[in-house]
Design a protein around this ligand. Sequence first.
Ligand code: F6R
Ligand code: MG
Ligand code: MG
Length: 369
Amino acid sequence: MKTTLTAVRVDLGAVGGHLQPSEQLVSAVRASVEEKTDSFLIDCWVNFTGDDITILCTHENGLDSPKIRDVLWDAFEKGASTASELGLYGVGQDIRDAGMTGAIKGLGPALAEMIVEERPNEAFLIFSIDKALPGAFNLPFYLAFADPMHCPGLILSPRMRQGFRLVIMDVLYKEYDREIELNAPEDIYNMAALLRDQNRYAIRRIESRSTGEQAVASSTARMSNIAGKIIGKDDPVAIVRIQDAFPSAGEVVAPFQIGPYVGGFMRGCHHGPLMPVPLNTKVSFFDGPPIVSCAAFGLREGRLTPPVDVFEHPLWDHVRARLAEKTVEIRRQGFFGNAMQPFETIHYGGLINILRDLDERFEIRHPPD
Ligand code: F6R
Ligand code: MG
Ligand code: MG
């Protein structure tokens, strides 16, 4: 059976600024989507990560289906009106215009979609990230699909012997989707040369070179830099098929223990380590740190098993303790150096105004003749 998986991440408002949606908000979104499981959808699942709600739908309508967009938009509208009734902050942030303080950020829900020719024992993961850009997936996915140090399946499994094809998008190219296909293993240096830059390049999709099947779909989308303000979709979501010709669940999730510094922490302008957390975890410290959750599913004729909460295992407590130290450590240096993102990627107008004002006060002192 051909099943479409549609995963969407949306910020409709939160309690405490951008910390966590309320239970009633998540329930309103869930009720709206569940209502459609008799008609347009086969199954669905709704939860949250930081201030974002993740909706996973299974159906047979294919990619970019107007019917499914209507189902989702209806849920967003119902969620936003619930958020408004309850007095949440940033009501309908992703479906209305700008943030309250003029920060134009993360406009628009993030969407990852994939058509799956269901294997007899289909298995996949849903990753949701809060307070980071789509490029935050670059390092863990590269290591899971192209590096035998992290993915022993690349040398142990004959089904993975031919490696994987990565489709990488230039998210800063404004006109159209600009992307490149690179093959592991022969292109791994080229991959590294692009993937190192999380602000510009992001993995959009990964395919098995042995079977041609798609393994990864992520919510990469074009960003635009308008008048010094970055506009685009932060807080990405990704679908990753696992096992058989793909890396195992453990091979995909293990690289997340690195907790690489990613951009998107506090006002989307700082760097912080990407911390793997259980499902339904809020953010807190400095509106963060950036977090990633992971739900594992089985699938049969479009019906989902209940999810397994992957980062809830006790080993990840140890990882979290280390990454908490890493978080506090970079915060010690405040605005300085690598703690804050480079000027070009800052989407708050305040800094731009300061620099513009100061620019006029600079004087050029010529050397005496
Ligand atoms: C980062 C984030 C928060 C807000 C911050 C200011 O992605 O969501 O750090 O940027 O709380 O929020 P506003 O601009 O809405 O007052
Ligand atoms: Mg928010
Ligand atoms: Mg968010």
